[in-house]
Design a protein around this ligand. Sequence first.
Ligand SMILES: Nc1ncnc2c1ncn2[C@@H]1O[C@H](COP(=O)(O)OP(=O)(O)OP(=O)(O)O)[C@@H](O)[C@H]1O
Ligand SMILES: [Mg+2]
Length: 256
Amino acid sequence: MLLEVENVTAGYGAGPNILDGVSLRIEQGKSYCIIGPNGAGKSTLLRTICGLLRPRSGRIIFKGEVLNNLRPDQILRKGICFVPQDRSLFPEMSVKENLLMAGYTLTNKQDLEQRIQTVFEIFPVLKERQSQLAQTLSGGEQQMLAMARALILKPDVIMLDEPSLGLAPLVAIQVFESIKKLKELGMTILLVEQNARKGLECADWGYVLDLGKNRFEGPAHSLLHDPQIEELYLGKRRGTRPQGKTRTLEQGVDGS
Ligand SMILES: Nc1ncnc2c1ncn2[C@@H]1O[C@H](COP(=O)(O)OP(=O)(O)OP(=O)(O)O)[C@@H](O)[C@H]1O
Ligand SMILES: [Mg+2]
């Protein structure tokens, strides 16, 4: 097991537990998608793994080492890279400069240049646009740049929080294609997605988180075809919480 989250509780400040005993088991080279309603604690879970939030109890174990009390920069250096929802680019720097900044801790600049060329092979559009300011990229390209920045550090695990957020459907599809490419390259991916179907399609294994607890888990393709998961968590508009029975089209507009 590469990364294990064992029965972790966490919350903000003196507030209540947002994560209420969450567990994950992440194997090397596999991809995972965490789905669940708004406010379930998905982003909080990723923030806790990367050290932005300390677990109140439970353990986070990476390559056999407990990460609980490490700072975010230490966890990053261990090999866990987090691409947050807001993408954290330097908007007034070029694509190339954003990539150079991502690797500023690397002392071997030749190696850094080589790594940049490698991410350009994965995301050819970024090579074309390397001199363009990040803020002038399309939403999809910005997301690709955010992923590319993470890859510069050759992380063991890349965690992506809602990479398709705010993107037009066709652009979102490009981003999902990029994630599949990373998967094919053997990356270990931990993805949180509001677009649960598309997210699960990129994953080997799915976790459903609800109210800060593990609710279901299983092979991603099984979750995609599980009637209960479908009814509760798939194919509903963002922002709706599961509320028991869903009305079907067959019931007709007049409810008959
Ligand atoms: N910085 C914060 N301070 C206090 N409470 C927070 C903070 N960030 C999130 N929360 C609370 O934690 C709970 C879980 O939020 P979180 O962002 O982890 O959910 P999520 O599953 O990622 O939801 P979404 O699908 O909307 O992104 C929410 O009730 C939220 O209000
Ligand atoms: Mg979130």
